[in-house]
Design a protein around this ligand. Structure first.
Ligand code: BTN
Length: 334
């Protein structure tokens, strides 16, 4: 109860400060909104400063927010979600095994979907193809969204590809200096290095998709020099790409909007562009020679977009196109 009240107070203070970005907000106004004394406000602002907020205080004028924390903050995320075009309840866990696993648990506890689980650290972050997802940096985002579509699964077969497109577009506005791309099928890249990966898990009934959990890990404000040795040459972060921090809580709200946009477009069959056309300008592989495993056979070819089914098209030396439908592809070394 005490903790809930303090989160509520933090939200009220942050809302007052963020709604007046260029102005000072007086201590008496904050005290009135919270129903506490002015000295009590001082203590609450100190607590926010300890959490990474920089708040300027000027005698006879009041307070102004000058910097947001580089890590997720539940009250700040709530502020940005209130403005977002996505009716998704976002729950925050400082540490969790896996946000995908927590989403599944929350469903069994009876939580109403859609909802999101956001975390600053995963102890058992999962990647695709049974891999581990490095999840120790609190400057990054670990996020899952659970939907209960109850529709035939075919309607959502391209959901992860569409989510990749809408998320890549949304993140691009935060990194004006560099081009963000998608590496087929579910990775986000910049300059040949991966900064985000997606993992979708679904539960099916006879011919209906009961629940779908879309998980994404995005390296946001971390410094790749702090990554484990084996990731340093292949991974990056938006901070490294951009040369400055991104507003992680605002970015999270935009990513949730993008996921919601992709989901709605798929379930209502209302995608306004064709998948190959939307994909083409974002693809990191087009024109490059890549190798894919098809069963036990390795095939190589020049990547040439995706088809309407989402398969990656490889052009062979004889001009024929081979569709790659699953798995991972690697760039062929010269
Ligand atoms: C990959 O590229 O292999 C996919 C990585 C997916 C990682 C995210 S982090 C949030 C969610 N929870 C998990 O355990 N995994 C996904």
């Amino acid at each position: 109860m005490k903790e809930a009240q303090s989160t509520e107070d933090a939200f009220t203070i942050l809302k007052a400060l963020l709604d007046a970005p260029d102005d000072f907000v007086s201590g008496s106004l904050l005290a009135e909104q919270l129903g506490v004394s002015r000295p009590a406000i001082h203590g609450k602002l100190e607590k926010l400063r300890e959490q990474g907020f920089e708040i300027e205080a000027v005698r006879n004028r009041g307070y102004r927010l000058t910097k947001e924390p580089e890590v997720l903050h539940p009250a700040l995320l709530r502020y940005y979600m209130a403005d977002a075009a996505a009716p998704i309840e976002a729950l925050y866990f400082p540490v969790i095994d896996s946000t995908n696993s927590e989403a599944e648990r929350q469903l069994t506890y009876g939580r109403k979907s859609p909802f999101a689980i956001a975390s600053s650290c995963q102890t058992k972050g999962r990647g695709r193809l049974g891999r581990e997802w490095y999840s120790a940096s609190a400057d990054n985002l670990y996020l899952s969204v659970l939907f209960e579509p109850n529709i035939p699964p075919q309607q959502l077969q391209h959901f992860t590809l569409w989510a990749g497109i809408t998320i890549c577009r949304a993140l691009q506005s935060f990194t004006p200096k560099a081009k963000l791309q998608i590496k087929w099928p579910n990775d986000l890249h910049c300059d040949g290095r991966k900064f985000a990966g997606m993992l979708t898990e679904a539960k099916m009934d006879a011919d209906s998709m009961r629940s779908i959990i879309f998980g994404i890990g995005i390296n946001l404000n971390s410094n790749p020099a702090s990554f484990p040795q084996e990731l340093r040459s292949i991974a990056t972060s938006l901070y490294a790409i951009n040369g400055e921090e991104v507003p992680i809580n605002k970015v999270t709200a935009r990513v949730l909007e993008a996921i919601h946009e992709a989901y709605e477009a798929c379930i209502h069959n209302q995608t306004t562009e064709s998948l190959p056309e939307a994909w083409a300008p974002l693809s990191s592989l087009d024109g490059k020679t890549v190798t894919a495993l098809q069963g036990d056979t390795e095939i190589s070819g020049v990547a040439n977009g995706i088809d309407a089914s989402g398969a990656l098209l490889l052009t062979q030396a004889d001009g024929s196109h081979i569709p790659v439908r699953a798995g991972d592809v690697t760039l062929k070394k010269n």
